[in-house]
Design a binder for this molecule. Structure first.
Ligand SMILES: CC(C)(COP(=O)(O)OP(=O)(O)OC[C@H]1O[C@@H](n2cnc3c(N)ncnc32)[C@H](O)[C@@H]1OP(=O)(O)O)[C@@H](O)C(=O)NCCC(=O)NCCS
Length: 166
């Protein structure tokens, strides 16, 4: 059985190794370490199968040009041999729930629209939001609580630690 739960202190090195194995470089692993070190990882969840961590998702703070505070989803990763079983979907849904509970009213993601639309994400340009990376329709937003979406708020910036990915 797969359970999704918040990361614990003892999970840190396993999360680092999982991210390093799922992406071409260790940039994402270093990013998550840096976000955690800067206390900018309000939601950090693992997927645990029988005590083994096989998936991970991070949500970190973002803010719009007009100062609205939300969260950004990513990175997300699932170990190769556990893919296409809905584990990333569980991480996204549970993560959105945890962000809502933590008081965030909107979330963004830079990712494949065909995938993230199933969770309610839609192009952020629909409501006058843009990203700093020229993501176009890949930059998506979802409302986490009614009326929580900022409108015409301009460029949404991720935490400064994301510069590690450039
Ligand atoms: C992306 C990733 C997290 C998906 O994990 P997963 O547990 O296999 O995802 P799920 O089982 O929830 O979803 C699988 C479904 O989503 C689709 N899907 C997953 N990622 C997708 C993507 N980037 N683009 C389009 N479709 C995608 C799959 O084709 C599959 O479709 P189906 O449900 O219609 O069969 C995993 O492939 C991974 O770790 N990849 C490497 C790291 C990465 O690229 N992360 C995303 C960027 S931060």
């Amino acid at each position: 059985m797969t359970i999704v739960r918040p990361e614990r202190p003892g999970d840190v090195s396993v999360i680092r190794d999982l991210l390093a194995s799922c992406f071409p470089t260790n940039g994402e692993a270093r990013l998550v370490d840096a976000l955690r070190g800067a206390d900018r990882l309000p939601v950090s969840l693992v997927a645990d199968v029988g005590g083994v961590i096989v998936g991970y998702v991070a949500f970190s703070p973002v803010s719009s040009a007009k100062g609205a505070k939300g969260v950004g989803l990513g990175p997300i990763a699932v170990a190769d041999q556990h893919r296409c079983q809905g584990i990333a979907g569980m991480l996204v849904r549970e993560g959105m729930r945890a962000c809502r509970k933590a008081g965030f009213s909107w979330a963004v993601v830079l990712g494949e629209p065909a995938y993230y639309s199933r969770f309610g994400f839609h192009p952020a340009s629909d409501c006058g939001l843009a990203d700093e990376y020229g993501g176009g329709d890949a930059f998506q937003v979802v409302e986490l609580s009614p009326g929580g979406l900022p409108v015409d708020d301009g460029v949404v910036r991720y935490a400064s630690e994301f510069a590690l990915l450039e």
